[in-house]
Design a protein around this ligand. Sequence first.
Ligand code: SAH
Length: 261
Amino acid sequence: MNDERRADEPRVAGRVIFVGAGPGAADLITLRGLHALQQADVVLHDALIDLALRRHAPQAQWIPVGKRGYCASAAQTEINAQLLRHAARGAVVVRLKGGDPSVFGRLEEELEALHAAGITTEVVPGVTAALAAAAGTQRPLTRRGSGRSVALSTAVTRDGELAAGRRADTEVFYMAGRKLTELSRRLLAAGWPADTPVLVVSRALWPDQIASEHTVASLPSASVLHAGRPAVVTVGVGAGAVGGMPLRADRPQAAPRSIGP
Ligand code: SAH
């Protein structure tokens, strides 16, 4: 966009389009998300997105604002301020978030800040990590007759505590990768039987996806395999194999019982 607007030119209202980039690989974005990128003047993006998406918005200014639990983080208030600043000067801003913006994406805070300033917003959904893990391992989250409900949970509460309950037939935990031992303990305490199937999938649907199967009791043994990688932990009915199909172990870089997409 052109910042050197003439004084008598009517001010064009900026807007912010929140776009779910999907779980990683660039081709998992929706067509609507792609169209939003093509119109963007500015793209504020998370750390976990595939930068191959840049070629769909070469005209835009790309600004990383990634926050990861264990990396240097840009404070949320700073992200809100940047969204406001660019939209207020008339830019079409795409806020590109990993997975789906509505799932553990701090969308609420950003929408609140923009709505308070009267800025128009739109949300384009994306493939959330739980769905990517199910697809990447061919293990459906719901099962006819036995798996009638799915819960998406974060294992980590606001004050950094780990929490786990038993709210659904299948429960998918986000942000638990570094606390699998504690998660196992909490799941047992919440009443999940020790032999309940558990699936851990890291970098779901990336070429280097790793998936491994465990039980609630043996979950701590997954820690090393998935160390330092974004992972979801699926517990319960949806973690089980379909028709006895084992996880494929055909990725040279993956450990035994690990798979690629
Ligand atoms: N909005 C995102 C979630 C952001 S929270 C979504 O809808 O997916 C970040 C957490 O998402 C990570 O800690 C991890 O638990 C999970 N995650 C993101 N990408 C992932 C991937 N490709 N594979 C497995 N887990 C992933």
